[in-house]
Design a binder for this molecule. Structure first.
Ligand SMILES: *Cc1c(COP(=O)(O)O)cnc(C)c1O
Length: 365
């Protein structure tokens, strides 16, 4: 690429590859494809600390360029694909991977083909993939079918797979753990994270493991991963043929990184749990209304998982807890308008009249 490389002294975050070049498989000659991903906020969540007695922090991955953590992996996957001469990348996606692949591919001047399950993609994600000039194919099947076909195509045709079965994705995503250790000076006691294909669960464990080995931290957190009850193959111990949940980003019946995730759980004294959809929506509301962080339903399962585990007495008072919230609420905003009885919130309508509006707001002069 003929772009000038920003100086290390620049106050602008340079994306995860340049920030962590010494900890990723890149050289000075690597054609870095970045949209400035990573460097996301790690925010205290006093409302959640009060509810649980733990010291709770939120890693806000919705703040990445396309609104999800997928960008951390995609910068690496597309960079390495370009380095290897790829002209087309392909992925299966529940939505966010397609948005990210399309953005990074078009930035690199190559093509992204994305396979998504027909009718199962949140509107925000679908529009992103199209806006970024992705070759979007709706498959009349579920995510697992899409991944099978994407793998098939990558094996037999001139396209490069950028799903999280691609190790470059996991490598890029491990940088989120580096950022947490840097911010706190050590790893947390517990890390809570949504689980779909379990690539991110695997990536954080790798990042924490590498930080420990490098002497940057004194521990690896217990990795607590959560699946939606209608889509919980790892918790059940068998694939789910027709996974169902409103948390579309984790509607996955046969996780690609299943074996790696089980190994990571055993290594970290971790845990996998299942959460009902109504608890996911409740947690989404708590996070948006009490903490000020708006996430899509799949991301809120980290919060729901924490509340459930704290209730079960599994989280000691004062324990340092980090929750990854994986994607922005604007991706799939309809759920925020839904009330408990299933109808939509109706904002109050008033005439152009100050006194009436003051009365509606309960203001006194
Ligand atoms: C992809 C995704 C997940 C699941 O991540 P895996 O690595 O597949 O386990 C969770 N939440 C959001 C918002 C995602 O886009």
């Amino acid at each position: 690429m003929n772009h000038p490389t920003p100086k290390a002294t620049s106050r602008q975050w340079r994306g995860v590859i340049r920030e962590y070049a010494d900890r990723l498989d890149v050289t000075d000659a690597t054609p870095v494809v970045t949209l400035g991903e990573g460097g996301t906020p790690l925010l205290p969540a006093p409302a959640l600390s009060r509810r649980t007695g733990a010291d709770v922090w939120v890693k806000y991955e919705g703040m990445n360029p396309t609104g999800s953590f997928k960008d951390r992996g995609m910068t690496m996957a597309v960079t390495k694909a370009v380095e290897r001469g790829a002209k087309v990348v392909i992925c299966a996606s529940t939505g966010n991977t397609s948005a990210s692949a399309a953005a990074y591919a078009t930035h690199a001047g190559i093509k992204a083909a994305v396979l998504v399950p027909e009718g199962k993609i949140a509107m925000g994600k679908l529009s992103q993939a199209i806006a970024h000039n992705g070759e979007l194919i709706q498959v009349q099947g579920n995510f697992d079918d899409c991944l099978d076909i994407a793998r098939d195509l990558a094996e037999n045709y001139a396209v490069h797979l950028v799903n999280s079965v691609n190790n470059d994705r996991i490598e890029g995503q491990k940088t989120a753990a580096f950022e947490i250790v840097e911010a706190h000076g050590d790893a947390p006691d517990f890390h809570f994270i949504p689980v779909g294909n379990a690539g991110n669960y695997t990536a954080y464990t790798r990042g924490y493991r590498e930080d420990l080995a490098a002497g940057n931290s004194t521990r690896i957190p217990r990795m607590f991963g959560f699946q939606a009850s209608g889509s919980a193959p790892i918790v059940r111990g068998e694939p789910v043929r027709n996974p169902e949940t409103i948390a579309s980003a984790i509607r996955i019946g046969n996780p690609a990184s299943w074996e790696l995730a089980l190994a990571a759980r055993d290594e970290t004294d971790g845990y996998f749990g299942a959460i009902e959809d109504d608890k996911i929506l409740e947690a989404q509301r708590i996070l948006s209304a009490e903490v000020g962080i708006f996430v899509e339903p799949a991301s809120a399962i980290s919060v729901a998982g924490l509340l459930e585990r704290a209730e079960a007495g599994a989280i000691p008072a004062g324990a340092r807890v980090v929750l990854t919230v994986t994607g922005h609420g604007l991706k799939d905003p309809q759920w925020a308008l839904r009330t408990a009885d299933g109808s939509d919130v109706q904002p109050t309508v008033v005439p152009v009249d100050t006194a009436q509006i003051a009365a509606v707001l309960g203001l006194t002069s």
